[in-house]
Structures are given as structure tokens and as C-alpha cells.
Design a protein around this ligand. Structure first.
Ligand code: PLP
Length: 398
């Protein structure tokens, strides 16, 4: 419990780099997602009583545990990138494709069976397995050492050839890339590096459906602060760029949240020396979805331009978020939020309740007029751990 929250502030770069995460891009993405029979917008919870308790004007949390019945937002990126890849193979635009067209016998016979391969700490691989299965193709999924059985089984259930490797997340990504090269499979990775950016960009664009739904559900309320959790930063980079395009001069302050055991983006922001900074080793954090040690290059380009505050925080803050969201005040809606999903809400609660964080409240300029927005990016994807934290308040790492 003696670990503390660290934060860095960065002046945004101002240049004319093209934003490919605009409102228009989001509309194209959502139109594709809407063609899936399972598509439903996920709920945006307005936690009025919690906002009052914390002394802010409003606190909204988007609950991605409802996404496509898969308990996390990640399938948005996986399904959109498969759609974009298939559109490119067919020589058409994604707007000409739909779920029913891609799965039609005519398109199936043109494409044959494609094998998509990826590395994942759980949610992305489940999204790829689901999308490949729904669209009639194959998925091979590799997971880092230490992955819990439940996450592996969830992916196998979707028909993928999934296995746990002996590597950490970043080396599992390299392993997937090598196997893609050797076997002629298509690597669909949710992070980029200098010579691999096209598919990660599509995956990032896939996440925009979640942001577009949120701004519509806010119904004219403009958030002053948005908190985004980061593993490699792809989701946060895409959403930060989207909010900048959507709100223009009213852009909310964007804060990036990472576990202190895997804070590669915080380190990159703090150094601000033009290089990406990494974290090596096993990155032992309860926030499994955020346990990534190498920033996504495309994401960093976006974050550098559109995110202001970077936070590195201990596991107990995420655990607090899980408990707060599971125990709503008054008639606030209940949110089942996993370790990575609850990280941002946990940070907000700690920020507003912990006396020793005055400097951080000042840095963020958060107060009684603030309207806060968080994304609970997953539900209880590891149910055993979820219960041990929410019921017993325990985890071996505390
Ligand atoms: C639940 C959850 N939230 C957030 C993230 C972070 O996404 P990114 O790796 O794009 O930063 C992940 C990544 O797997 C995740 O599983």
C-alpha cells in the first residue's frame, strides 16, 4: 500500500499530422459494426450519486462488458480490421461490405479460408477469435505466460487454435509475427511498430464505435475530463484523437492511466525525448489487459498530440474502482468492471478522495464543475480474481 500514484504533464505537439480518427471515420466504423446481428450500443451510466459524493458535477462510465456478449470492448477493433482486410482483398470499400455480404456463399468462395493470427493477454484475442468465427475464417491466438485458464478457454470456445506461450506479452507478439511469416497467415495485432502500421490503424479505428456511442449518449453534455487506460495505448490514442476532432476548442483534458508495473507510455511521456521507452520482464499487475511494455507507435503519435496527463499507479487503485463500481450509491447503475476496466474509475475516486493528491487535482484542474468520463473496458473477464478482489478485498500482490 505504500506505492504512490505518479503523474507527468505534457505539452501537446501542434502540427498538421492527419487525424484518421475523426467523426467521419467513426461513422464508417459504426456503420460496419451495425451490420452484425449482435450489435447493440453498450450503456453509458450516469453515476449521479457517486458524482455528488466525489464533489464533481457529473461522472459518466461507459460499460463495455455488454459489447457483443464478449465482456470487453476489444472485439470492436478485431471485427473492423477483419472487415477492412477483406475489403482490401476484394478491392472494394468497407462501406460496401456488411456481415451478411461477407458471409455470403459468393464472397466465401472468392476468399476461401483465411487464417488470422494474433498475440493477446485475453480480450483482443477473444475479439479476433469471435470475428474470425462469425465471418467464417480461422484464428490462431497466442497468450503470454501466466494467462489464466478462463481467458484461454473463452478463446478456444470460439473455435480458435489458442495456446499459452512461455513468453511475456511483448515477446508473444514477436512469436505471433514470426509464425505469421512462416505460415503465410495474416497477423492482426493491436499494436504497431515501424514497418507494421496498416492493420493496427484499422484496429484503432474499430474502437471508435465506442467513442461515437458515448458522445451521442452524452446528449450534448461536454465532458471536461476523459480518463483512458492504456496497455500499448491503441485504444487511448484513437479515442483521444477522436475527442480532439469531435469537441475541437472544447476538447476535454485527456488523462492516460497505466499500472506502475507496465507504464511504458508514462515513461515515454515523462522522458519526452522523442524516443519510445519500454518496460521489460513479467510486468506483474492485476490489470492484465494493460500489462504491455512497448508503446504502439501509431498510438503514441496520437497521444503526443491529444493527451495531456500521464499516470502510473499501483494495483490497489484499480481494485478500489472494481469495488466502487460494483457497489453503486442510491439508484446509480451497477457496473461489473474487471481489473483493467475499473482502473480509470478507481483513479478518479482516489484522486477525489485522497487528501495527499492535492497536487494532482491541481494538475488536472478538476473540481466541482467538472464532468468526468471513463470507459469500463471490460467486465469480470477473470471471475475468480474478480470475486477475490470485490468480495474479499484480497489479491496476492497487495
Ligand atoms: C480491458 C482492456 N482495457 C484496456 C486495454 C488497453 O488497450 P490498448 O492495449 O490498446 O492500450 C486492454 C488491452 O488489451 C484491455 O483488455
Amino acid at each position: 500500500m505504500n506505492e504512490t500514484i505518479k503523474a507527468a504533464r505534457l505539452e501537446n505537439v501542434r502540427d498538421n499530422l492527419q487525424n484518421i480518427f475523426t467523426l467521419n471515420d467513426a461513422k464508417i466504423t459504426r456503420a460496419f459494426h451495425q451490420t452484425f446481428p449482435e450489435y447493440q450500443p453498450t450503456p453509458l451510466r450516469n453515476l449521479k450519486n457517486l458524482a455528488h459524493e466525489l464533489g464533481v458535477n457529473a461522472f459518466f462510465v461507459k460499460d463495455e462488458s455488454y459489447r457483443f456478449g464478449l465482456n470487453a470492448f476489444k472485439s470492436l477493433g478485431g471485427s473492423f480490421c477483419l472487415g477492412k482486410y477483406i475489403a482490401e482483398r476484394l478491392g472494394c470499400d468497407i462501406s460496401e461490405l456488411s456481415y451478411s455480404k461477407i458471409t455470403s456463399p459468393e464472397i466465401k468462395s472468392k476468399l476461401g479460408e483465411i487464417t488470422f493470427v494474433t498475440a493477446t493477454d485475453g480480450n483482443h484475442g477473444r475479439g479476433i477469435a469471435w470475428a474470425a468465427n462469425r465471418l467464417g475464417h480461422k484464428a490462431v491466438v497466442y497468450m503470454p505466460a501466466g494467462t489464466v485458464e478462463e481467458r484461454l478457454k473463452n478463446i478456444i470456445k470460439l473455435g480458435a487454435d489458442a495456446s499459452i506461450t512461455e513468453f511475456n506479452y511483448d515477446n508473444t507478439v514477436r512469436f505471433a509475427a514470426d509464425n505469421a511469416n512462416k505460415s503465410g497467415w495474416i497477423l492482426v495485432q493491436d499494436t504497431s511498430w515501424p514497418d507494421y502500421e496498416k492493420i493496427p490503424r484499422w484496429i484503432m479505428q474499430g474502437y471508435l464505435t465506442m467513442a461515437l456511442e458515448a458522445v451521442e449518449q452524452l446528449n450534448g453534455v461536454i465532458p471536461t475530463h476523459v480518463f483512458l487506460q492504456a496497455g500499448v495505448g491503441s485504444m487511448a490514442g484513437a479515442l483521444a484523437a477522436f475527442f480532439a476532432d469531435y469537441y475541437k476548442d472544447n476538447k476535454p483534458v485527456i488523462t492516460i492511466i497505466e499500472p506502475n508495473k507496465a507504464d511504458c507510455i508514462y515513461r515515454t511521456a515523462r522522458a519526452d525525448d522523442g524516443n519510445l521507452h519500454t518496460v521489460k520482464g513479467s510486468m506483474n499487475t492485476i490489470m492484465a489487459g494493460l500489462a504491455c511494455g512497448e508503446p504502439c507507435t501509431v498510438a503514441w503519435e496520437m497521444l503526443r498530440r491529444y493527451a495531456e496527463i500521464y499516470v502510473s499507479m499501483p494495483d490497489y487503485v484499480a481494485a478500489k474502482g472494481m469495488r466502487v463500481l460494483a457497489n453503486p450509491l442510491g439508484d446509480d447503475g451497477r457496473i461489473i468492471s474487471g481489473e483493467s476496466g475499473a482502473s480509470t474509475s478507481g483513479f478518479v475516486c482516489e484522486l477525489l478522495q485522497n487528501q495527499s493528491l492535492d497536487y494532482l487535482r491541481e494538475m488536472l484542474e478538476v473540481g466541482s464543475d467538472s464532468r468526468l468520463l471513463c470507459f469500463s473496458t471490460e467486465g469480470d473477464t477473470d471471475r475468480r480474481n474478480y470475486r477475490s478482489i470485490v468480495w474479499d478485498g484480497l489479491h496476492p500482490s497487495f
